[in-house]
Write a protein that binds this ligand. Structure first.
Ligand SMILES: O=P(O)(O)O[C@H]1O[C@H](CO)[C@@H](O)[C@H]1O
Ligand code: HPA
Length: 296
């Protein structure tokens, strides 16, 4: 991921150059604040209601990097993300995480759209991600495969607590205060590579394996973020029910996913604004895996 021949130079003095220039161009900076990013957040998904098309190739993934202040906190937002199914390697899909780490970001919020496997979930529910299943990882499609860069994290990182318990509790408190509890759940997100939606047999298998929802993203970014010591909150908007039943006629499609995302955008924004304002209530984790804890 980082330029190979420069591996031994200190990270701070090094240019970080993605292998392909068009990848770097995939995100346009919208507003670059001169302030150093002190500690916040990346949010990515069409769940926030942005609709457009750019070098991020998927409708709903606008492809902008937005810098700004929210409630006095420096934040950087990715409007959209890169996916494995677009043909990007997982190194490239997760590259922004390491950039954010070097910028001084401490907390990552990932949002996504997913299909509900848990039969209690309804379309429009917001699932606080408590854990994930890295299905592509089982087949060797894993962003941390290859030489480990010890400056970011250790060779064999623990993933049993990838999604911060404290941040999950905070967001559940916030949604309760906002009166959203009747459509907020907790659950396990499973990543598949896509781009096709699941067959009924696949959906049944994922359900039996313990997945509450399924999508085509998020897990690689969270894995790399956790590897380099970032704390993570994940929110998944249930945009469709995944059929486990051969007699059901509904067919999922991307337009439905976008439509439900727009419907919940405002509520998700309320949750996130309050979260950003209050996340200082949760102590920053001093993660011993991570060498760089400050902005460069
Ligand atoms: O996970 P995000 O990027 O939110 O989007 C989800 O929605 C798209 C399918 O409609 C896929 O990209 C899937 O992963
Ligand atoms: O049903 C789904 N399956 C996979 N990815 C998805 N993203 C939104 N809905 C789905």
């Amino acid at each position: 991921m980082l330029v190979q021949e420069k591996r031994n130079r200190p990270l701070q003095n090094r240019a970080i150059i993605p292998a392909e220039p068009h990848y770097a161009a995939g995100f346009r900076a919208k507003h670059i604040s001169s302030a150093k990013i002190q500690g916040y957040i990346y949010i990515s998904s069409h769940s926030l209601g942005s609709v457009g098309l750019s070098l991020c190739q998927i409708p709903g993934h606008e492809g902008c990097l937005v810098f700004g202040q929210i409630k006095g906190k420096s934040c950087v937002f990715m409007q959209g993300r890169f996916h494995l199914y677009e043909g990007y390697s997982l190194c490239k899909v997760t590259f922004p995480m390491r950039i954010f780490k070097l910028m001084g970001v401490e907390t990552i919020v990932v949002t996504n759209a997913s299909g509900g496997l848990c039969q209690d979930f309804k379309v429009g529910d917001i699932m606080v991600i408590k854990d994930h299943i890295n299905l592509p990882g089982f087949a060797g499609q894993h962003p941390l495969c290859g030489p480990n860069d010890e400056r970011f994290g250790i060779r064999f990182p623990c993933m049993s607590d990838a999604y911060s318990k404290d941040l999950r509790k905070l967001v559940l408190d916030i949604t309760a205060e906002l009166g959203y509890s009747n459509f907020v759940r907790e659950g396990v997100y499973c990543m598949v590579s896509g781009p096709n939606f699941e067959t009924i047999a696949e959906a049944r298998m994922l359900h039996i394996l313990g997945s509450d929802s399924v999508g085509m993203s998020t897990v690689p970014e969270v894995t790399v973020a956790k590897h380099c010591g970032l704390r993570v909150l994940g929110l998944s908007l249930i945009t469709n029910k995944v059929s486990l039943d051969y007699s059901r006629e509904e067919k999922v499609n991307h337009e439905e996913v976008l439509q439900i995302s727009k419907m919940r955008a405002e509520m998700l924004q309320n949750v996130l604004l309050t979260f950003i304002a209050r996340s200082h209530q949760v102590e920053t984790i001093n993660n011993s895996n991570c060498i760089y804890s400050n902005a460069v």
